[in-house]
Design a protein around this ligand. Structure first.
Ligand code: KIV
Ligand code: ZN
Length: 386
């Protein structure tokens, strides 16, 4: 089986979200959980961006074992020196260096000629290789670059010693078929690409980051970069949990091996949400509070007969104890009987019908019905905590 490496950038690209920055203690707490989750690489930060971020990378490099710890740099010797220093204590250090390669980035942002960009890219990789054996190169805005130029840059950095090539869709502009085609093209046309890991890094501006990452994997990429809960700059990064669960759930199609412990997904998502203060929408795939809840009577009836009627993932696989029936005015008798049964009530048909009518009247007034409401409907008195 082909191996898929999971590169987590929650602490770097994910942290480039509006409204928060993580301190060292917070980054360490998330990094420890990422180890439990079983990712292959933790991108801990961008050391040259601030002394605080360098401290965080240093602390993670010192403590975290069993996974690669990575730091981001621009294609500047000073950034790389700072990153190498921060990563000194890491068991498996990786320097992630790179530069913009699209005409827009080179002309408007960097104000450099293509020749200067190639030179800086190769020099950065060579410089990073003096410090560590594991160097990843990112061709920023690769999707909007010119093909021939992208091939030239990638060949030069592979020759300079890059072991991993990252092909970002920096602004989330690609469609899945286009991104798949780009990765296939690079696989066929970049000399030396068979000797390196090819990484996909997709942003979610058009809501296609997960689909694009999967398309890149189908084209032969063997590393995926993403953030837990999909957090990040603008509309965020690929949601790591979505890509992982797509590859797991559709394993016959992808045929890929990962070392992720999917049962840690829910805990990781909750931790990241709590620490960053970014809530997870209830309907968010895999980790939303409602992702395994069944609300309508037809669905609840189906799930109570056989879970696979409406569940493609067993909730335990992502670390959620069991699927929940959410009682509302859309629920049917089957769901109500099930929930009452869990509270210890066994009702005959007539009793069920009677309580069901009362239940509907209450549910029309209340969005969700909890166990305490059911107990009250059954005539119990007292205070209960749901
Ligand atoms: O989106 C991007 O291009 C990046 C690079 C810095 C890797 O985050
Ligand atoms: Zn990015």
């Amino acid at each position: 089986m082909r191996r898929l490496f999971i590169f987590d950038t929650t602490l770097r690209d994910g942290e480039q979200s509006l409204g928060f920055t993580l301190n060292t203690a917070e980054k360490l707490e998330i990094a420890r959980q990422l180890v439990k989750l079983g990712v292959d690489v933790i991108e801990a930060g961008f050391p040259a961006s601030s002394p605080g971020d360098a401290d965080s990378v240093r602390a993670i490099a010192k403590e975290i074992r069993g996974v690669s710890v990575c730091g981001l740099t621009r294609a500047l010797a000073s950034d790389i020196d700072c990153c190498a220093e921060a990563l000194q204590a890491a068991e498996h250090p990786r320097i992630h260096t790179g530069i913009g390669v699209s005409p827009i980035h080179m002309e408007k942002k960097l104000k450099l000629s293509p020749e200067q960009v190639v030179e800086m890219a190769a020099a950065a990789v060579k410089h990073a290789r003096k410090y560590v054996g594991d160097v990843e190169f990112y061709a920023e805005d690769a999707f909007r670059s010119e093909r021939a130029f992208l091939v030239t840059v990638l060949e030069k950095v592979i020759k300079a010693g890059a072991n991993v090539i990252n092909v970002p869709d920096t602004v989330g502009y690609a469609t899945p078929s286009e991104y798949e085609e780009l990765i296939s093209y690079l696989m066929d046309n970049v000399r030396g690409i068979e000797n390196v890991v090819v990484s996909v890094h997709c942003h979610n501006d058009l809501g296609m980051a997960t689909a694009n990452s999967l398309a890149g994997i189908l084209a032969g990429a063997n590393q995926i970069e993403g953030a837990i809960n999909g957090i990040g700059e603008r509309a965020g990064n690929s949601s790591l949990e979505e890509v992982v669960m797509a590859v797991y759930t559709r394993r016959e199609q992808y045929g890929l091996d990962m070392k992720v412990n999917t049962r840690e997904i829910s805990a990781t998502s909750k931790l990241v949400s709590r620490i960053t203060g970014i809530p997870v929408p209830a309907h968010k795939a895999i980790v939303g509070a409602g992702a395994f809840m069944h609300a309508s009577g037809i669905h609840q009836d189906g799930v109570l007969k056989d879970k696979t009627t409406y569940e493609i993932i067993r909730p335990e696989i992502v670390g959620i104890a069991r699927n929940s029936i959410s009682l509302s005015a859309r629920s049917g008798r089957h769901a109500l009987r099930h929930c009452l049964g869990e509270l210890g009530y066994q009702l005959n048909r007539g009793e069920l019908e009677d309580i069901y009518q009362k239940f509907l009247r209450l549910a029309d007034r209340k969005r969700e019905i909890f166990s305490s409401d059911l107990r009250a409907l059954m005539g119990e008195t007292g205070i209960y905590i749901d």
